[in-house]
Design a protein around this ligand. Structure first.
Ligand SMILES: Nc1ncnc2c1ncn2[C@@H]1O[C@H](COP(=O)(O)OP(=O)(O)OP(=O)(O)O)[C@@H](O)[C@H]1O
Ligand SMILES: [Mg+2]
Length: 474
């Protein structure tokens, strides 16, 4: 029912069809009226002729009106992004068909352009997302119009359309952004603290986009987190300060004794012998320290060195235990090596692996309780346990656990053992010699081999250093 109201014979009521038929019949209507007035034609005949003309007009106008209406609907369907390829129209009127073909070719052109544009946008976004540093795009008001993955990870996933001043409160940064947006500067670079983001120190570069760039974006901001680099720099300067301090202490002891020997103790033979012993001890310590410092710096420089030796861990452990035999004997320690299964040769740097075991077994001997047993246990494992912030190798590995009995190391100390120059107070008080670099060196080498080092300590079992080294490097 409703359909019949809306359309007549397939032509919508709101189309111009009826109007056109009536307008086209007006001249004939006037002619018939004139002929009737001047008695040239009877009113009935005039009326019949007029009706015939109207019917004739309806028939001649019907196809073009109908097809125009079909064309109009078709164009609307294209505009509403319905799948036009599925229902392409065929029209019988030549003009209407040509119009439909023209519309189709325009549509095809824009569809392909839109597809290319979409593909380009997707690939641009993918490229931006691969960049490790956060990037933001801003409009003229400072609202975020775009961001890459790193930016969303850094600032949150819901940043689109938020204003930059709702994300950062640091005045110098916001002022620089404003300067760019107001066109007072073409680019700005600065370093600032971001209290909202763990007080990270950020280097930022803000650039105005060229005037010919289309779209809403007016400026691009890139961020570089320089906190890590700065803390690395600080670590390096702390290291230099620590190293100089460690060297200065024995040097001043030696220089003090030289003074005494040259003056007050000049003719005191006993004092001279005692002082010379202390000086020997101090120079030994200095050469140990220099040796360790050189080892560390050599290791840091050899970070990229290819690991290609086939290392026989039995041989390494034999060498190390032989070298430390007297030291262990002097403290009445019994060193036992347990091989829990067959250990394959591993790929690594022979000399560096010697050094790891030398340092860790040496510690076990130095810090073990006298008259106890040191156990070195070897085993293959299916994989290296993951370590946070560290890249460990996949696949089979060898686990070497070095255990010694002694006082339990508390949690705070355990966490700091591998720091450079870190020594536990208790051992300093016991006057056990050491530079505090042995474990830092071992850790560095293990990192280079993509292995792992863990330490556990209990009152009953003592302290166990567990080294994981991958069997293969790839
Ligand atoms: N097996 C262990 N048992 C108890 N404490 C240990 C053990 N190994 C290391 N430590 C503690 O960790 C600290 C750091 O060890 P590290 O090997 O780095 O230095 P060090 O032994 O003091 O000096 P270096 O090895 O350079 O001669 C030691 O001073 C000691 O306090
Ligand atoms: Mg040591």
């Amino acid at each position: 029912m409703q359909h019949s109201i809306k359309s007549i014979m397939g032509i919508d009521r709101d189309s111009q069809f009826a109007t056109r038929v009536i307008i086209l019949s007006i001249p004939s209507a006037m002619l018939f009226i004139a002929l009737t007035i001047f008695d040239q034609l009877s009113p009935l005949l005039s009326f019949i002729c007029y009706i015939v003309i109207i019917i004739f007009n309806m028939f001649s106008l019907f196809p073009i009106s109908y097809e125009l209406q079909t064309l109009r609907k078709y164009i609307y369907s294209l505009a509403n992004e319905q799948d036009a390829a599925q229902n392409q129209i065929r029209l019988s009127e030549k003009d209407a068909q040509e119009l439909a073909d023209a519309v189709n070719s325009i549509h095809r052109f824009w569809t392909s352009k839109a597809d290319t544009l979409e593909a380009q946008t997707i690939s641009d976004a993918a490229v931006l997302d691969t960049l490790p540093d956060p990037i933001l795009m801003l409009d003229l008001e400072g609202n975020i119009t775009g961001s890459n993955l790193a930016a969303r990870n850094f600032l949150g996933t819901d940043i689109t359309n938020r204003n930059i001043d709702t994300l950062f409160s640091t005045n110098i940064f916001i002022a620089s952004v404003e300067k760019i947006l107001k066109g007072k500067s073409a680019s700005e670079s600065l370093v600032f603290h971001a209290p909202e983001y763990h007080n990270r120190r950020i280097y930022t570069h803000i650039t105005k986009l060229p005037w010919f760039s289309k779209g809403r974006a007016t400026a691009v901001i890139s961020f570089y987190d320089i906190s890590k680099a700065l803390s690395l720099e600080k670590m390096q300067s702390d290291f230099v300060a620590n190293a100089s301090h460690e060297l200065r202490t024995p040097l001043s002891v030696i220089s003090g004794f030289i003074d005494t020997l040259q003056t007050t103790a000049k003719d005191d033979d006993d004092a001279r012998d005692a002082f010379l012993d202390i000086m020997r001890e101090q120079t030994d310590y200095m050469s140990m320290l220099i040796e360790d410092l050189l080892s560390l710096s050599r290791l840091e420089m050899a970070q990229d060195k290819e690991l290609k030796d086939k290392v026989d861990l039995h041989e390494v452990i034999d060498d190390v235990t032989q070298a430390l035999k007297i030291k262990a004997f002097n403290r009445s320690l019994n060193v036992v090596v347990n091989e829990l299964n067959r250990i394959p040769k591993i790929i690594g740097d022979n000399q560096q692996i010697h050094q790891i075991l030398q340092n860790i077994v040496d510690n076990a001997i130095k810090y073990a309780q006298e008259n106890s047993q040191i156990t070195i246990e070897l085993k293959t494992v299916e994989e290296i346990p993951a370590a946070s912030g560290q890249n460990v190798a996949q696949g089979k590995a060898v686990r070497i656990a070095v255990n010694n009995k002694g006082v339990k190391i508390d949690k705070e100390n355990l966490a700091r053992l591998t720091e450079k120059f870190y020594r536990m107070q208790i051992h300093k008080d016991m006057k056990i010699k050491g530079t505090g670099l042995g474990l830092a060196i071992a850790k560095q080498i293990i990192l280079h081999h993509r292995g792992n080092l863990t330490v556990t300590s209990t009152t009953y079992n003592g302290t166990t250093f567990t080294i994981y080294l991958p069997v293969k490097q790839k």
